[in-house]
Design a protein around this ligand. Structure first.
Ligand code: HEM
Length: 240
């Protein structure tokens, strides 16, 4: 069977021609290497965001079914996609931690060349926030799909949380996986905030915001309904 070779299949010629530090080559190799590191971290993050968005949309489709009303049968499929999205989100967080290896004097040398470029302009990250319901654009379509699938199965978030793992099965695993996703996303935000403090302290961002204080105001947790339903399980319990 004929087909593409490794480089052809992965379109490596194009992909590997896209890492171009702006710091003049030869001026200072250490700064050039640091900028390459910065670029690769951002580019790989964008690629992993593509995968995450794909998995979140596939999970949403599996939960709502072909007619969009919600299906009881798509939960295992949704779990496959969401489990992967949770793992990839961990990698995004690790990538941000990796950037703690960017020496501040090297960053200071190439940062002026970034102009107004900022992660805040990331279309993929914005789309992720829309999927998770933390953008200012209404509730999460994924969470809505989860509610529809539960209704199609004749159950509710309250019941699933109350019954727990042994009583509710797949719906409970789904609820916990959504929580995992939400917390991983939150961990990314916290890790990024910590990186920003380390890399630029209290300086404003290249995107024109106040920097760290702006990022604090943007740190929201996905799926508030699910979290408050779980919280209510404590009501009526005695003891500590
Ligand atoms: C040394 C590394 C980094 C620094 C100093 C940094 C700095 C900042 C700052 C200051 C902001 C606020 C907006 C502005 O620019 O005014 C911001 C936002 C943002 N950055 Fe970074 N960043 C770094 C790495 C990354 C990486 C690796 C990603 C991965 C894609 C990323 C994605 C984002 C996103 C998505 C936002 C908007 C976040 C939100 O609205 O909550 N950043 N960054």
């Amino acid at each position: 069977m004929t087909g593409p070779d490794y480089a052809g299949y992965l379109r490596l010629e194009r992909l590997l021609s896209l890492q171009e530090p702006l710091y003049p080559a030869g001026d200072d190799t250490a700064t050039g290497s640091a900028e390459l590191f910065f670029i690769v971290a951002h580019q790989t993050s964008e690629l992993w965001l593509v995968q995450t968005l794909n998995d979140l949309d596939a999970a949403t489709e599996a939960l709502v079914g072909a007619d969009g009303t919600g299906t009881p049968d798509g939960m295992e499929q949704a779990l496959e996609h969401l489990g992967r999205a949770v793992a990839v989100m961990g990698l995004l967080e690790e990538t941000v931690r990796l950037l703690e290896r960017l020496p501040v004097q090297r960053f200071a040398a190439f940062r002026p060349r970034l102009g107004t470029a900022s992660g805040a302009q990331s279309r993929n990250f914005h789309d992720l926030e829309v999927r998770l319901g933390t953008a200012d654009e209404g509730e999460s379509p994924l969470y809505r799909a989860f509610l529809k699938a539960l209704a199609a199965r004749g159950t509710s978030v309250e019941e699933v949380c109350r019954l727990g793992a042994s009583g509710a099965g797949a719906p409970h695993r789904l609820a916990e996986t959504l929580l995992d996703l939400g917390y991983r996303f939150w961990h990314w935000k916290v890790a990024h905030l910590s990186l920003v403090d380390r890399a630029v302290g209290g300086l404003s961002g290249t995107g024109g915001t106040a920097g760290a204080s702006y990022l604090v105001s943007r740190t929201r947790m996905p799926f508030p309904e699910l979290r408050s339903t779980r919280e209510r399980l404590h009501q009526g319990q005695t003891g500590t």
